[in-house]
Design a protein around this ligand. Sequence first.
Ligand SMILES: [Zn+2]
Ligand SMILES: [Zn+2]
Length: 198
Amino acid sequence: MPAVPAPRHNSPWVIDTRTLGRRPGTMRTLRIAVPLDAPMGLDVLAVPAGAEVDLDLRLESVAEGVLVSGTAAATAVGQCSRCLIEVTEPVVAGIRELFAYPDSATAATTEEDEIPLVLDDRIDLEQVVRDEIVTALPMAPVCRPDCRGLCIQCGGRFDDLEPDHSHEILDPRWAALRDRLATETPESTGRPPAGPGE
Ligand SMILES: [Zn+2]
Ligand SMILES: [Zn+2]
């Protein structure tokens, strides 16, 4: 028989279900805020370490185990995928998971790792919540739906630039270069214009 992983009794994610009992139909609610010791999400957008995940869950005793349903809510922080400024994104993930009793038919007929178990009368919510939060996060967050991103020529945020931002007219660096080219033509200097690096 494979070794059963030891439950992490001290983790805030681990909930003692003994008060629920094993009589099917019994319910209890669970409203807790769990601080993260590691980010939950992706590089571009994640609930940062130190932030809290608000769990609003219902624990229900069923014949095969403990059915957990409700929501996990948090605020993710990341970067706009278009203009790269910091964005904060509220995320609410739906949770619905059966934690099976190790001696139940569900546990016996399911591959290991495919279903969480009630171990030592406790359920560990972290992996379930992590999976649902990551799934609920947008892959390409934006600061607002119509963010216009960055100017491809100067890298400026279009939101920070003049409404008619354009390099032919407004950018002084390009204007200076144009003026210099105009004065350094062979006709005006009598010699070819200097190349780059000379
Ligand atoms: Zn943006
Ligand atoms: Zn520009």
